[in-house]
Design a binder for this molecule. Structure first.
Ligand code: DAH
Length: 339
């Protein structure tokens, strides 16, 4: 009988499996209610007296070994299951995250900001709902000034003094109110005008305003800055300044860049002249400085303002301004690779 137990002990010790079912069968065979071990315990009575201590010892060892065997094999099986390949090919490359695209308006805005930052301009912003003072009066456009009609304004009915700003020049005023001199700032933002919507004009669009005020700022400084900007932005180094009129600058100019006349597109875009208007600019009118309590005898400055849509249309060959505001993903997706 002792030999039987020893035989079983050997069997248990040498048992190996990587199969859950086989392990369960093993457990039932030895440790089940009607299993071998219980059976051997039942036979204890009939073991000769002198063999009893050895038999009991061996049997206990058999039970313990069997229990431990089941425990370790079960743990091994579970661990193997957790790391088992699920049938997928783990060497395949992962799915790429879909790439988003910046809006072309933001692309152009960021480029403009970047170019002016390099020469010491900071970025400032102002509210889109403005009052008459900041949008018109302080900018040397008093009530009944005919130039107010040039900018078809959306007024806010319940507040006769409030309107949607027609240009980012209003930020010039806000900035001068709240900052000491010298000032060197650009102000990007959305503006509104009550115009018919077409391929060329919209009721909302974006501008970037620039303002520089210090002692001894001259028209030559303005020209040099504009030249630097057009070279960086368009890679074109020929500009011309046409005399113009803005109430907030004196003298005022419209800035054209020489775009060239190489392709049919160049002819179309420049209407056959080769020249393209890209912004308004000028020396800050002394009246504006006086409105801000800045002494025009001591300080001078220049200002400029440009439309972002117009520049984006030029750079990316976009034919219709309405495309910027429709949020058609087929349009927006095309700017994925542009920074
Ligand atoms: N505010 C003008 C507009 O909306 C643009 C402009 C022209 C801004 C000349 C300026 C400037 O600062 O000096 O059309």
């Amino acid at each position: 009988m002792i030999q039987d137990v020893e035989k079983y002990l050997q069997e248990v010790e040498s048992f190996r499996t990587a199969d859950a079912k086989e392990l369960e069968n093993f457990r039932i065979k030895f440790l089940g209610k009607k299993g071998i071990i219980n059976d051997l315990f039942a036979q204890f009575k009939s073991v000769p007296k002198e063999d009893k201590p050895k038999y009991g010892q061996l049997l206990n060892k058999l039970k313990k070994t069997a229990e431990e065997k089941v425990k370790t094999l079960r743990a091994q099986l579970e661990a193997a299951e957790a790391t088992a390949p699920s049938g997928e090919d783990l060497t395949r490359p992962g799915y790429p995250y879909p790439l988003g695209a910046r809006h072309p308006i933001n692309i152009v805005k960021n480029r403009i900001i970047d170019i002016f930052r390099r020469i010491g301009f900071n970025v400032s912003e102002g509210p889109e709902i403005e009052d008459d003072w900041h949008n018109f009066t302080a900018l040397n456009l008093p009530e009944y000034h005919p130039a107010r009609d040039m900018q078809d304004t959306f007024f806010i009915q319940r507040h006769p003094d409030w309107l949607l700003r027609t240009h980012t020049s209003s930020v010039q005023i806000r900035y001068m109110e709240s900052h000491d001199l010298p000032i060197r700032t650009i102000s990007p933002g959305r503006v509104y005008r009550n115009e018919d919507i077409s391929a060329r004009s919209h009721i909302l669009f974006h501008q970037v305003e620039g303002l520089y005020i210090d002692t001894d700022v001259s028209f030559a400084d303005l020209k040099q800055t504009l030249l630097y900007f057009t070279e960086e932005m368009f890679g074109k180094s020929k500009i011309r300044l046409r005399p113009s009129y803005f109430p907030f600058t004196e003298p005022s100019a419209e800035v054209d860049i020489y775009w060239g006349l190489k392709t049919e597109d160049d002819y179309r875009i420049t209407k056959g002249t080769g020249w393209l208007e890209i912004m308004g600019a000028g020396m800050v009118d002394p009246n504006v400085l006086k409105n801000m309590n800045i002494d025009p005898e001591k300080y001078s400055g220049y200002a400029f303002g440009m439309g972002i849509e117009r520049i984006a249309m030029l750079l990316f060959g976009i034919p219709d301004i309405r495309m910027f505001f429709e949020n058609d993903v087929r349009f927006l997706e095309q700017f994925k690779s542009v920074l």
